[in-house]
Unconditional design. Structure first.
Length: 507
């Protein structure tokens, strides 16, 4: 195991010309490559043809997305329209076709401005997602039966979301310059393909992935603008500003953080302010609905509520969830300031979003989309990623089988409540497990596969290889009788692995 160097002895990322090959550095990837001929050879000619890593990964992502569309075929051909239970027994449910009529798009109503006739007075999605939904409705033929229109609406949205999925895969592949093949984890993620067209989350995920790419290139303002747009499509991206704040604090990069924050605020206001001023009631519906919504699917709060004779009120759950989230934020900040090396931005980005999901009163199956790109950048280890994905796939099947059970009446076809609780527990533990290994990598940087390969923080932009100016704990109080520095050869931070299983640190 290599001794941990200081930031001064670590070279900045992406200065080596050699790319990290998963089939050489990851034992699971090496084993899986046997299906296509085995690990890549030492003398293979890379980058000499049209088949670059990014292009291969983009095509794989499109192929997996297409398989996800095929998986929805039973619903497209009838499950969304005939018999409520069949869309659950076939695990092919999607909000998209149902909301075409349910949120007024079929009637030409303008989101946020026109009041809806049903229980939901206004569209309960952030503004940029509402724009996405509206554009898709413009591209949907208005003739034919409502079923025909809903089928078209889903297909149009699927095409637009496929573009988002491709952008995500490409951005992740380009964020770590020496590790483009890590994007293959995004492209092949089974939970990604299964949940991609349940809702419109991929828009915010694509904007967030593009923002991460811009930050890795040192473009702080562009990062902020894209993050602000992502927040205008979904709330969770705004949480990335928290980790960025403490990282820039530790590195003294206040100017870059200020540019990122200003760009995010400006972009969010440009999208939201017109609707806020002209249709405040419709604009605010997303926020009031989020507050008033009760405990829902996938959260540990639901397990507590369904096993209690006197469940907590929504107000109390909101307060406790906020307290747990604030506690998580404080823990991440403490971890950042006291870690032996400054954590990588992607590591903290994953942890903060995972903390929000784990403490939230709802953990919908499509929320896994928020985490997949961040998980790949934070912990590009095939074994851990696949363990987590297996838990998410199990939950994906569990929630639909549970809904099949609740909608089948006396037939009780599907998964009963106790079984669904086990499915919730499994996917919560899967996410918590991935959080745990990321925290371990932060506390023991020699276990971090990215840093062991010779990088510092390839997604960190101006933070990559930067000196620390503010730390806490033992790092701020070095031993009074420390041994004098001895000149001579020093061990570099990590060396590219010769093959899978090359040392104990590869685990």
């Amino acid at each position: 195991m290599c001794p941990m160097p200081s930031a001064e002895t670590t070279q900045a990322s992406a200065r080596r010309s050699d790319l990290v090959q998963p089939t050489r550095a990851d034992e699971v990837a090496a084993s899986g490559s046997e299906l296509i001929g085995g690990p890549i050879g030492r003398h293979a000619l890379l980058g000499t043809s049209w088949w670059t890593p990014v292009r291969v990964i983009a095509l794989v992502a499109i192929g997996m997305f297409a398989l996800g569309l095929v998986q929805k075929a039973p619903c497209y051909n009838g499950g969304w329209f005939f018999g409520a239970g069949s869309q659950y027994t076939h695990a092919c449910y999607s909000d998209i076709p149902h909301l075409y009529n349910g949120r007024g798009f079929a009637d030409g109503l303008v989101p946020y401005f026109d009041r809806l006739p049903g229980d939901m007075e206004y569209l309960e999605y952030p503004v940029l997602t509402g724009v996405f939904m509206e554009v898709a409705s413009w591209l949907t033929p208005g003739s034919g039966s409502i079923q025909h229109q809903e089928q078209w609406y889903w297909m149009v949205n699927a095409g637009m979301l496929m573009v988002c999925a491709s952008i995500i895969a490409v951005c992740v592949s380009r964020t770590h310059a020496r590790r483009p093949w890590d994007g293959l984890l995004v492209a092949l993620a089974p939970a990604f393909a299964l949940t991609a067209t349940i809702n419109w989350d991929l828009l915010a995920v694509a904007l967030t992935a593009a923002a991460m790419l811009m930050w890795s290139r040192g473009r702080s303002l562009a990062f902020g603008v894209l993050l602000g747009l992502a927040t205008a499509a979904k709330l969770y991206p705004v949480f990335l500003l928290g980790p960025l704040l403490v990282l820039c604090w530790r590195a003294g990069k206040w100017r870059d953080f200020g540019k990122a924050f200003a760009g995010a605020a400006l972009a969010w206001l440009v999208v939201n302010l017109p609707v806020m001023l002209l249709a405040f009631d419709g604009w605010s519906k997303f926020y009031t609905f989020s507050q008033e919504r009760g405990v829902d699917f996938g959260s540990f709060w639901l397990i507590m509520a369904q096993n209690s004779s006197d469940p907590l009120s929504t107000e109390i759950v909101n307060a406790l969830a906020m307290f747990l989230m604030l506690l998580s934020c404080a823990g991440i900040a403490a971890l950042t300031f006291t870690a032996p090396r400054r954590p990588r931005f992607a590591q903290l980005a994953f942890l903060i979003v995972a903390a929000f999901i784990l403490t939230n009163k709802v953990y919908s199956p499509q929320y896994v989309l928020w985490l997949v790109p961040l998980a790949v950048l934070a912990r590009p280890k095939w074994r851990d990623f696949l363990i987590w994905q297996a838990c998410e796939v199990a939950y994906f099947l569990g929630i639909w089988m549970y809904l099949a059970y609740t909608t089948s009446g006396d037939a009780h076809k599907g998964l009963p409540t106790d079984g669904y609780h086990w499915a919730i527990g499994l996917h919560l533990l899967g996410t918590a497990y991935l959080c745990a290994v990321v925290v371990r990598d932060i506390l023991m940087p020699e276990r971090d596969v990215v840093r062991r390969a010779g990088d510092d923080d390839p997604s960190g932009g101006v933070l990559d290889g930067a000196d620390d100016v503010f730390v806490l704990g033992s790092l701020a109080r070095p031993p009074r009788h420390a041994a004098p520095f001895v000149e001579g050869p020093q061990v570099n931070w990590g060396e590219p692995a010769e093959g899978p299983g090359h040392s104990a640190a590869s685990q």
